[in-house]
Design a protein around this ligand. Sequence first.
Ligand code: PLP
Length: 483
Amino acid sequence: MTEPGRNGPEIGRFGQVMSAVGRALDEFARFDRPDSEIARGEWTRHLDQDLPRTGIGADAVLTELFKEVIPNGSRVPDPAFWAFVTTAPTTIGVAAAASALLAQPQRAGITAFNHLEELSLQWLAELCGLGPHMRGVYSSGGSTSNLVALGAARQAALEKVGIDPAAAGLDGRPIAIYASREVHHTIQRAAGVLGIGRASVRRIDIDERQRMVPAALESAIAEDRAGGVMPLAVVATAGTTNTGAIDPLLACGEIAKAAGAWFHVDGAYGLPGFLDPRVNAEYEGLELADSAIVDPHKWLAVPVGVGATFVRDRSILHRAFTQEPAAYLEGSEATGAVEFGIPYADFGVELSAPARGVQVWSVILEEGVDGLRRRVSRDNDFASRVDAYAREHPRLESLTNPQLSIACVRYSGQEIPLAELDAVNSDLHRRLVRETRFFPSTTVVDGSFAIRPCFINPRTTGHDVEEFLTTLVDLGDRVAAEV
Ligand SMILES: Cc1ncc(COP(=O)(O)O)c(C=O)c1O
């Protein structure tokens, strides 16, 4: 047996192992295996073992990985998976993420990976129409990105009245955040975590296209001010999770400014929609944003775990989130032996974090602005196609006018009584997911149950969408016949 060298026994193994992993993933990506949920009994029985006293070695672990784990992975990467707002990465993103796992296991230091952290944030801002003045920080996704943005909003609002909330807390001041009824629930959770309180999030009415009504926003703020409540932030959503609606950003931004409140745009899903020239005008007012978020792991299909918060000036993030000084950190930098680079860890809530910039960089570099524009526009076309088909078909209905890549439709044929439509469509959805390859999710639009495909999956083709439409009608006919 040869002695392991300075680099340990791993040297030379990565190429071999990664090729084998690549082959197993190619096999997985055929999507012709039985659904892992249905076959759950078998693989859980195999995997559920007692804590191993003795390891089985890397080769045997790889066998387990290839035979029992990868084949029983998720349906998310399947070209016919359109549920929630989630998709799987393209190959280049997987390659970038895998490289960073070994070559850049943290985001500190002056390295190529960390250089790309900042460069990719700048590219992302420009790509999504945020303008060169915005500065960013990555985090694990929309939940954390919204938390970081509202942390900045809290800091800005209370500093104006002489309170440093990061140090002193809220001092019992009544404050409120305003967002539409369709806002993602991570806004309420962020308000809870930041001590603002979930109940301080005012839910503003929406119009017939599920967008926040500016007049209702204005009167909610006026009412609060009259009652001594300070307006902390207005949160507009550029692409709601339910229906893909874009709130009127310009009107919301102007109302926020007039009230002296922070203006935050949650574009976790929809900010890349800016690329589609047909909806680009809906993003007017984005330039008023004090903060905005976008999740590259959604519409850009970067590996999961990548969200970004942008603000005008990161010093506000530093004041809101800086860690206390630590001798083991500051001490190392002071000796000149280590340079940590941009202090991202002081701009959010994560200290240890994976290198995310390289993943975003790889996807933008592969596709370019034009390639990503084509992808986003094609996904918007898919939603429009589903909408138009449902409007024309005598046994389908469309429940929204899609602004982006989400359609909301239902089966309504065969004279199903109104009271039973929700139950029939819920059954239809369950059977679609279990009996066909199509996996949309569902939502409720204006009180009606809807089947909701959200197109952000880069593997989806027009053929998949056409087959979905005929399947929806055929299966709908069968479900309705059984009522
Ligand atoms: C508009 C919006 N904001 C925030 C989030 C939360 O993002 P994440 O799941 O990455 O935490 C989502 C998730 O779908 C979203 O659609």
